[in-house]
Design a protein around this ligand. Sequence first.
Ligand code: NOJ
Length: 589
Amino acid sequence: MGLRWCLIFGLTLGLFTSWTLSELIKHQQRVQEEFNNWWRHEVFYQIYPRSFQDSNGDGIGDLNGITSRLQYFVDTGITAVWLNPIFQSPMADFGYDISDYRAIQPEYGTLADFDQLIATAKALGIKVILDFVPNHSSDKHEWFIKSVAREPGYEDFYIWENGTVTEDGDRVPPNNWISVFSGSAWEWNEEREQYYLRQFTKGQPDLNYRNPAVLQAMDDILIYWLNRGVAGFRIDAVNYIYEDEELRDEPLSGTTSDLNSPDSLEHIYTRNQPEDYTLVQHWRQLLDNYSANNGGPLRIMMLEAYADLKLLMDYYEDPQGVQGAQFPFNFGFITELNENSTAQDFVFNIEKWLIYMPVGHTANWVMGNHDNPRVASRYGAKAVDAMNMLLMTLPGIAITYYGEELGMEDYRDISYEQTVDQPACDAGDVDYKWISRDPERTPMQWNDEKSAGFSSNASTWLPVNPNYQELNLRAQLRATRSHYKVYQSLLKFRKLRVLQEGSFTAKALSRQVFALKRELKGYGTVLTIINVSNRTQQVDVSDFIHLPNRLTLAVVGVSSQHREGERLKPAEINLAPYEGLVITLKVHK
Ligand code: NOJ
């Protein structure tokens, strides 16, 4: 709602409720504040559309499938979802190669299905975030086809270079840049007789943002989806958008002798260039203006950038205070910690983000995604509840990848013949297994029926993890205790004021156990204690809390010896291997 409409609405409401002008103004301010800040304590649930729910029996998840499952989010306590790309694509990188940014991939449905999804989600109080892929299009996009043909207006839509030819007649790319998926980042195009830059697969040519027409086209696409009712965007590979204009060689990193590996270079000319930050600021303006002119909740941006901490922080806000995205994803739990990490590693990693985050911004914690092994496979199946406890009691935003609420596991035994992830296919039938991202993308495990309830088709685009017979939502709903029920309790619990606004302290109580403390005057204290070792541990938290005599267990994991509601002695808290406990002290809503 724009300001004018807010006033008209407010005045009408005032007439009917006989509010005073100052009450009306306060009400308006509250509404506005809620609109501006809705995302700050949100749990964003990532849906991989291809794997969530198939509605038409072709073995591939689709939009109507998602719509049919929206009630699941209401039941779980989720009010915002982000969808991996759903746009028209030849699927060289499963939707990250877009051939029409305004059309829905036919396998996933139609624009009408999308509108229906948005309308149903809105009616259920669920916000939808789309994946925006600005760095590259598909090589099947009409822009690329026209650019190859040097059609006027499209010649410079992509990054084209001649390269050189050696005395022996060998063609050499313009520089030493390497693709994320290994090998030269330059691809020769026979028709145009030039190299194009592609930082991912060869079907994903990099767009040229130094051409204003590209930026304009992308701005228009953002507006197009905003007009269809989305609450914002997850921006893909944002730190790859600009490259050094002089195309300088990147220095060798010295960490590997494999010169085809992206790790062999220091990416000082292809990632996190100053213009990447300016572009994010430009899109922030666009979204802010859109929100101001159209009313409703602030449209937000979450950025995907795997980068050093300090480089990441400037995406929140640059050193001059210019606002960037609402948040760049914090991948620390994925990239920096694992089952071998100590309690100190966890505390250090968590604190690091909070220390470097510019003042006034909101932290976020990503526990999993479609590019990395699942929690149960990274930290061990026993740690699933503890990791969800950690995620849900930290300050700020939590991000859950589909299936993590059930503790779904990677299906690493997918055969080479069944493998579809391009970089894994390219790696060959020996190396594919550990490169492949298919294992974490298998269909959602709803029940123990055919294809885990994901599809009526026995054959699905990726095989269902055979453990679905035991590991599925239905079984977890029936069980007295389950990962899902723990997750559901945590989401309810998260609404407590102390978890939304409380102060935060973390402490390693030993090498094996750490604790998080959230406190808010008048609203109590919440303590999360986690054992990251494979041995039983006893800890004493008396020194960590002020009123240690009323510790009550609020959430316990599936295989805990403890029970909810149990009173604990602060000096003798026992934790099983990888156990997490959420404890309350004098907590009020
Ligand atoms: C990041 C996405 O998460 C990943 O799946 C994709 O392959 C690359 N960006 C390229 O778009």
